[in-house]
Design a protein around this ligand. Structure first.
Ligand code: AP5
Length: 215
């Protein structure tokens, strides 16, 4: 059973790779960013709370995020395994996830992959990212363009730049990653669960590296 946790800076390619791993293994891709963006679109209470925080590039409070993941991991499809993208992002979230996984069926530790991409590449990737709000597909104007400009290949939705992809928000997200999420990398390293993977190169090259991680 594959239980993969993908860690990495904003724009490092977590969403792109998580979709590929989940597709190949037939397991759900659980993206906390996607769950929150859907809540914002639906105008739910969670969405109303999360929207200004996300727009500013800060992290949504731990207790909200832990509640979301607890519910999601209880869904029957997650019993077969899952790819977690965007969670955990703080040590409190990582500790809580450990407890949730211990309650679950799998006794093996999860695979934890940290995608390594320098900040200057991140900024270029995010500036040219376009995503489909309807189905979540991710594009890059240069490296992974849609067949027709601004139109999703998969569902014909209109592609957009994300609300938190402004220069100021990206700076804030990178800062949050270095300050709040790098300690999570240290947390998993201390458990010897962490595998560092070079996130540079083509999408397929990075996928081969992730897919080749033992566990
Ligand atoms: P989230 O949606 O998780 O955003 P993020 O971590 O900032 O990551 P991104 O989605 O920006 O990037 P990615 O790593 O998925 O890269 P992608 O594959 O798109 O979170 C958004 C917000 O929600 C947070 O800021 C926070 O407010 C909140 N939130 C979410 N989870 C939370 C939590 N657990 N706790 C608290 N708050 C939370 O790739 C980027 C671009 O690069 C694309 O254009 C892609 O096509 C391109 N690309 C990908 N791979 C390559 C490659 N190999 N070569 C060239 N281009 C590539």
């Amino acid at each position: 059973m594959v239980r993969l946790i993908l860690l990495g800076a904003p724009g490092s390619g977590k969403g792109t790779q998580a979709k590929m791993v989940a597709g190949k293994r037939g397991i759900p891709h659980i993206s906390t960013g996607d769950i929150l963006r859907e809540a914002v679109r639906n105008g739910s209470e969670l969405g109303r709370k999360a929207e200004p925080i996300m727009k500013a590039g800060a992290l949504v409070p731990d207790e909200l995020m832990i509640g979301i993941i607890r519910e999601r991991l209880r869904q029957p499809d997650a019993a077969r395994g899952f790819v977690l993208d965007g969670f955990p992002r703080t040590v409190v979230q990582a500790e809580k996830l450990d407890a949730l996984l211990e309650e679950g069926n799998g006794k093996e530790p999860p695979r934890v992959v940290h995608l390594l991409v320098p900040d200057e590449v991140i900024v270029q990737r995010i500036a040219a990212r376009r995503s489909c709000p309807a189905c979540g597909a991710i594009y890059h104007l240069e490296h992974a363009p849609p067949r027709v400009a601004d139109v999703c290949d998969q569902c014909q939705g209109k592609l957009v730049a994300r609300a938190d992809d402004t220069e100021a928000a990206v700076r804030k997200r990178l800062e949050a990653y270095h300050r709040q999420t790098m300690p999570v990398v240290g947390y998993y390293r201390a458990k010897s669960w962490l595998r560092e993977v070079d996130g540079l190169g083509s999408v397929d090259e990075v996928f081969e590296r992730i897919d080749g991680v033992p566990g």
